[in-house]
Design a protein around this ligand. Sequence first.
Ligand SMILES: [Zn+2]
Length: 119
Amino acid sequence: MAAQTALLAAAADRATRELWEARALALAGSRHVDGTACLTRENAAMRVYWTPNGDRRGTGYVVVVFPVTRHIVCPCPAGAFGKPCAHAGAVIHAERQRAYAESHPDTDVLASWRRGFDW
Ligand SMILES: [Zn+2]
């Protein structure tokens, strides 16, 4: 019974997490900040991104990703309360691009030559 309850709780957490990420991605798309997250620092425990504000004013936000727990921490007014925000969406977009690139390595030895040595 306890194991079943734990499984149900884990499924609920996963569904909530997916909804949170979907909302953050939607916000990033609506504010045109997807594709703007810039990885500034990383180590085994965390990756630090910079994202601009949706209106491109101010200095933007520093968003921290904890890959092990998949937690994303943004200091903006929404993120400070744990709500999905466009900055987190931009970082989720960047993380997904990173995961795709890592899972699809460029193994074609002539690919760089075909691109004119343009990386
Ligand atoms: Zn934010």
